[in-house]
Design a protein around this ligand. Structure first.
Ligand SMILES: C[S@@+](CC[C@H](N)C(=O)[O-])C[C@H]1O[C@@H](n2cnc3c(N)ncnc32)[C@H](O)[C@@H]1O
Length: 278
């Protein structure tokens, strides 16, 4: 890549709500495909004694992880599954198109409900359901139906990876702001109903010129707890379910290293990974 000179850097227009691209900002603020895929590849190899080759990214949105997967190795193949045609189109134009033609030949995007995978979506080593997207299924029956369909569509020796967040702050109606290059990311836990577990969250983006992109994304979720998710994975037929808890950075935060354990901590906010397999 050509080095950018100081003048070209300063010539780049400042971000503003009118011109900002919400998918680009989401990827910058929320996603870390390399760290996630490092964890997935390492854990799969540990559990199976062989590397994972094929990956399905459920709720793929712009398919950033599916594209990152095919970039990692020439043998890797990926399929991204999402219902939203516009988001898939954005991913095709920006993420798939940025791959080499050879890498592009190893990734497929499928517009489909994750609960009814077609032949293209079946038989992979790994199925990913990240950024809590499976919380869209609000009933035990609905979530079990999804988990069962993942289990029956995995390839031989396949492993399902998902993430989870919890801690007492997850139940609060609060906003969290994070300053990033050129914009502020706002995570808005707008409402939580303790009777149903329904939770509405928004992502807003704010810019240095005072403009804002309110409700750039909205999620209508059920706030599931970690014990419930483990029970429902077992109920769906998975024989082995592991929780990977994040280590401590010594300053009250996480260190990005996730290890399997049966002992967590009652902290304000925790993100963990789970694996489920036979
Ligand atoms: C939070 S985004 C996830 C984006 C990305 N995978 C990530 O990890 O950040 C949730 C995505 O799930 C998709 N979605 C919701 N319900 C779905 C379903 N039943 N089947 C397929 N996709 C679905 C939405 O269209 C949206 O793009």
């Amino acid at each position: 890549m050509a080095r950018r000179t100081k003048s070209s850097r300063s010539a780049r227009p400042a971000l503003t709500a009118r011109t900002a691209d919400r998918h680009r900002l989401y990827q910058l603020a929320v996603q870390e495909p390399d760290a996630e895929l490092d964890f997935v590849a390492r854990t799969f190899s540990r559990l199976r004694g062989r590397p994972a080759v094929t990956l399905r990214e459920d709720f793929c949105g712009t398919a950033l992880s599916a594209c990152a997967w095919v970039k990692r190795r020439a043998t890797h193949r990926a399929v991204g599954v999402d219902l939203c045609a516009d988001t898939l189109a954005w991913g095709t134009t920006h993420n798939v198109a940025a791959l080499t033609p050879e890498q592009q030949s190893r990734v497929r995007l499928v517009r489909r409900d994750v609960r009814s995978p077609n032949a293209t979506c079946r038989g992979t080593d790994v199925v990913l359901a990240m950024n809590f997207s499976y919380w869209t299924f609000k009933t035990r029956e609905g979530l079990v139906a999804y988990f069962r369909s993942v289990r029956s569509s995995l390839g031989k020796g396949g492993i399902f990876f998902l993430d989870h967040y919890g801690g007492y702050e997850a139940f609060k109606e609060i906003e969290e702001r994070r300053r990033l290059k050129g914009f502020t990311y706002v995570w808005d836990q707008a409402s939580y109903n303790p009777i149903t577990g329904d939770k509405t969250c928004h992502i807003h983006f704010e810019f240095k010129d005072g403009t804002r992109l309110r409700k750039a994304f909205t999620y209508e979720w059920r706030l599931w707890t970690l014990p419930e998710i483990q029970e429902l994975l077992h109920e769906s037929g998975f024989k082995h379910v592991h929780v990977y808890w994040e280590g401590d950075d010594g300053k009250g935060g996480g260190n990005g290293i996730f290890r399997p354990t049966r002992r967590g901590e009652a902290c304000a906010c925790h993100v963990s990974y789970l694996s489920a397999h036979d």
